[in-house]
Write a protein that binds this ligand. Structure first.
Ligand SMILES: *Cc1c(COP(=O)(O)O)cnc(C)c1O
Length: 398
């Protein structure tokens, strides 16, 4: 059976060129980058090159890149780091401090659960609502900022519904009000153009395995002068902000993935957007009672998301998988639990509608043929599930 992978928001395959760039550091170039000898130097060079490639992709300076273990660590580091550096310390903090953070109801759990952990340590967190398309209003960010606010964290694009947030506008407001701005750009780096300057971002999270790199490596962009404390202490690697012997092969892979993205994005974006639109229109034509989720135009080129009424998402995924199609019903960690996605509830969907969510996220290897196959496979599955659903009003029909 030909298998079709349509879950690129969960993870992407490692691109052949990325794998090639990594291999020497798993084989003969195994040195510790901190070592003085030639083994160490060739490993250190690989890290320098990756740092430059990644910085170039996002419009940063190489010294503003901190390599981490991935998106979750970068998010946690940004939030904990700013909170610990700027939290009010009675009489000891000369520059502006406070304990107030602002984020949104639709962030990844790496941000939301970190916020909860910070609340237990004395932070006050405002969770901004979103509109029915999943967008945050910049005016609401402006209204929520007070003298106590130290950080605003708004994701660049949502991983479940693909909505692209007005981060440049939000970043500008933060800049004017002297508040640090962090954005989780894990879903956009390597997929759409990102420029940390145009975005007014002080901190930005990214993860290699979402852009055809390996798992377990990512980065935090930190604008020069943005004060954060480390999460991991030790030998003072990454300018003292993230100690630990570097994941050299992983970092080389991230660098190669950044170079690959820079070369391919301009052609891949319109190609994937066309496939996405064919997929969405085709689903809508073939299946009644569909709700598109996310914004019609402000969305990731590779992301198609819908809710299919009177169908249970998990059953749909299992049936699709049986037919060789790998899809998702929201975020990877939300699938597998019976709780409705916090993102779909935040855009105002009822629990039973949210349970029928389907996310199809495209990648480099997907073709027209894949779309045809999904459009042939999905409608009979939905018909079958609706026929046995007690909720379906047209019971018996498909
Ligand atoms: C995948 C993802 C993360 C987590 O990244 P990891 O590298 O898997 O830890 C964080 N935020 C968003 C939006 C994501 O899609």
């Amino acid at each position: 059976m030909r298998r079709i992978y349509l879950d690129h928001a969960a993870t992407t395959p490692v691109a052949p060129r990325v794998r090639e760039a990594m291999m020497p550091y798993l084989e003969e170039k195994f040195g510790n980058p901190s070592s003085i000898h030639s083994f160490g130097r060739e490993a250190a060079e690989a890290i320098d090159e990756a740092r430059q490639a990644l910085a170039a992709l996002i419009g940063a300076q190489p010294e503003e890149i901190i390599f981490t273990s991935g998106g979750s660590e970068s998010d946690t580091m940004a939030l904990f780091g700013v909170f610990q550096a700027r939290q009010n310390k009675a009489g000891r903090e000369p520059s502006r401090g406070g304990n107030h953070l602002i984020t949104t109801a639709i962030e990844h759990h790496a941000v939301l659960h970190t916020c909860q952990a910070l609340e237990k340590r004395g932070a006050r967190v405002t969770y901004l609502p979103v509109d029915k398309y999943g967008l945050v209003a910049p005016e609401q960010v402006a209204e929520a900022i007070s003298d106590e606010t130290i950080l605003v964290s708004v994701m660049h694009a949502n991983n479940e519904i693909g909505a692209i947030e007005p981060v440049a506008e939000i970043g500008r407001i933060c800049r004017e009000r002297g508040v640090v701005f962090h954005t989780d750009a894990v879903q956009t780096i390597g997929h759409i153009p990102v420029d940390v300057g145009a975005m007014n971002a002080d901190l930005l999270s990214l993860s290699a395995h979402k852009l055809y790199g390996p798992k377990g490596v990512g980065a935090l962009y930190r604008r020069r002068g943005t004060r954060i404390t480390p999460l991991i202490y030790g030998g003072g690697h990454e300018r003292g902000l993230r100690s630990g012997t570097e994941n050299v092969a992983g970092i080389a892979g991230l660098g190669a993935a950044a170079r690959l993205a820079q070369q391919e994005m301009a052609a891949e974006d319109p190609r994937q957007a066309a496939l996405r639109d064919r997929l969405l229109n085709g689903i809508e034509e073939r299946i009644p009672d569909i709700i598109r989720t996310g914004h019609p135009t402000r969305r990731l080129p590779n992301s198609a998301s819908v809710c299919i009424r009177y169908v249970e998402g998990e059953s749909m995924l299992l049936n699709l998988d049986f037919a060789g199609i790998a899809a998702s019903s929201g975020s990877a960690c939300t699938s597998g639990s019976l709780e409705a996605s916090h993102v779909l509830l935040a855009i105002g969907l009822e629990h039973d509608v949210a349970h029928g969510s389907l996310r199809l996220t495209l990648g480099h290897d997907n073709t027209d043929e894949d779309i045809v196959q999904v459009l042939e496979t999905l409608p009979p599955i939905v018909g079958k599930l609706r026929a046995i659903s007690p909720l379906y009003p047209g019971k018996g029909a498909s």
